[in-house]
Design a binder for this molecule. Sequence first.
Ligand code: SF4
Length: 673
Amino acid sequence: MFDVAVSFPGEHRTYVEAVINALSDKIKNEKIFYNGWYTPLLAGLDLDTVLQKIYRYRSNLIVAFLCGEYQEKEWCGLEARSIRALIKDKDLRKKIMLVRLDDKEVDGFFDIDGWINAKTNSPKEVAEFIHQRLNGEIIFPVSIKNDTESQQDHTDSRKTQPNEVSPLSVNRIDKLAYFTERFPQLAKLKILLVKTSIKYPVKDDGDFGIPLGLWMLKGHLGTIGYKFDVSIYDERLLLKIAGNDETEKKKVFTKFENYVKDYDVIGVSLSTSEVFPAIEKFRIAKKLGKITLAGGIFAASNEEFLLKSGVIDYVISGVSTVPLSELLARLYRAKQEETLSELTKQRPLTIRGVATGNFNAFESTWCPSQLPTMRKGLWIEILKQYGKYIDKKVDIYTARGCIGNCMFCSVQRESRQEVYQKDCEEVINEINFLNEKGINYFSFKDENFFSLPNRKEILEKFKGKNIKFKIRARYDQMIDNKISLQELQSCGVVEIQYGLESPDWYIRKNVDKGDEDKSDRTALIDFIRSHSDYDIKANCSFILGIDGEDKQYYDNLLDFIQKIYDGKSQPKIYINFLTPHPYNSKFELPKYALVTKDLNYFTHKHPVCFVKGKKLTQKLQMLDVYDKIIKHTCSEKYNLTADKMVALRKIFLNEDQGLTDDLEYPKTDGAVI
Ligand code: SF4
C-alpha cells in the first residue's frame, strides 16, 4: 500500500522530483508511488488498468500535478482518466489532492476545490502540505459549485485571456464555509491580523497605505485548505475614516477591545515604530485570554525581547508564510481538540521558524517561501475598503528580501539575505487587473528593483500605457547595469527611491553597503540632478550618526545636498538617524551606544544612538547639519523638525540622564496620531 501516489506530465518532472525528494525526507520511499521509480515495472503492462488499481486500491492519497499538458500526453491522459473516474466516486474523491503547475484548463478538474499553487509554493512546501494532508492536518473540500465572486473573476479573465481560466477564479473561503456547514464539528479558527497606528508619522498623509503584507497573508491563509476565518483590523484606516472628528478618533482606540473578543488568535505586525502600540494591543488580547503572535520586520531579531513581554505567545521571525501556516494549522487542531485555551498558558508548540516561550527552541530555522498570489477577489475587497483614501495609488509586491548586508537594515535579517520574487507574468496580470479597476500608480515593493534582471520586463510591458510607477533601486547597480533614465521614463517610471546613506564612500563602507568605491562625488551629483531631465523624482535617503563622521564630513554633506537640490533639481530628501534595534542578542552594533530604550523613538527619525566616545560638540554638529539640510530642501514633510523632538534632543545631548534607559516595555497606549 502506498501512502501517496503522484501523477504529473513529464515536462514538469524536475519540479515533481524536487517535491518527491523533499517528501522522502518525511516518509519512506516505498510508501511513495512515483513513476520514475517504477518505469521498468510498468513497461508493457496495461497501464490503464494498473493505474486504476494503484490509485483506487493501493494508495491512500493521490497527488495530481495539473497543467495544460496534463491531458495531452498519453501517460497523463491515462492517469487523468483514472483520476476522473475516482472523482465520480464520492467516497474515493477525498483521496485526491491537486497541485496546479500553470493556469491552463484541464478538462474535468475545475469543479474541484482545494488545489495548491505550485507557482507560489516551493517543492519543499508542497511536500510539507502533502505530509500534513497525510497526517490529517489539511482537509480539502471537493466538488463545490462556483460562487458569484468566482464567476465574476472567471468572466474577467475570459475577457482578457480567451483560452485560459484564471487560477484566481476559485473563491476558497466561501467554499470552505460550504464545507464547514456540512461538518459543523470542524469549527473555524478565527484569526485577527492587526495593523496599529503609530505616533510619529512623517509624511503628510499620516503614513497611510494599505497594509499589503497582512492582506497577502489573509489571501494566502484563505487558500491553503484550513478552516481559517481571517479578518484585518487596520487602525490607520479607522482613523482615516474618522477624519478630523476628534470624538470619533478617540472611539477608534477603544474599539479594539470589543472587536478582539470574537477571535481566537490575534496577530500584530510590527515595524520598530509599531512596537509600542502593538504591545498595548497584545496586552488587551492577552487579558481576554487570546493566543497572540507577532510578526513583521521588528520580529526578525527581537524574538527574545518580544516573548519576554509576557503578552506574546509566538513570534514569526521572518518573511515566510510557511511557519505561520504551520502554527495556525496546529492551533486549528488544538481548537478542534478543545485545547486551545491550554496553549495560552503553556505555549508548548515547537514549529520551525516560530519563536516561542521555550527559548531553547527559538533559534528559528529559516523557512524559505515564495510570495503568494493576490486573488482578484481580495483586491476587489481591498479597493472597496481603501479606494476612497488611496488616490488611485497602490503598492504591489513584486519581490521581497535583499541579498545586501547593510548593518542597520532589518530587511536583510528578516529575509536572511534571500530574495523572493513573484513571477513577472503574475505581476503584469495584477497591474492590468488593477488598472482596469481605475488604479494608475503602482509602487513596487521590491527592495531593489534591478537586483533581479528580469524585473525590467514588467515595466517594458507598460510602455506608453499612461501608467505610473515608483521603484526602489541602488545607485551603484543602476550605473553598473547602464540603466537609462530615459528608458525608465518611457515605461512610466516617475519616482525612484535610493538609499544613498552617504555620498562619501569611506563613511558608507562603515555601514557595509557593499558597493564598489564610487568616491567620484561629481558623478553622483550629476546622476541625481539628471532625474529632473526625465521628470523622474529622485527620492534619496541619507543616514546621520555613522562611525567616521566629523565636522569636515558634515560640511561636505551640506555642500553635496546644496548641489543636488536647487531651482532645477528637487529630489525628495529623507534624513534618517542610524537606528540599531534596541533589544536583542543578534543585532548588536558594538561601536554605538543607545541614548534611550523608549521604543517610541526607534523610527529612524530620531537620534537614538551615537558612536561611543563622541563629544557633545560633534553631536551638536550633527543636529546642526540635519536642521540645515531640512531647511535647504524644504523637507519638513519627510523629516521631524527640532520643535517636534525637543525631549529626545535633550536626551541625545545628555542634558537629562533621568529620561534615558527607563522603559523596558511600553506601559501606556502609544497609539496616537
Ligand atoms: S541594500 Fe537596502 S534593503 Fe538591502 S540590506 Fe541594504 S539597506 Fe537593506
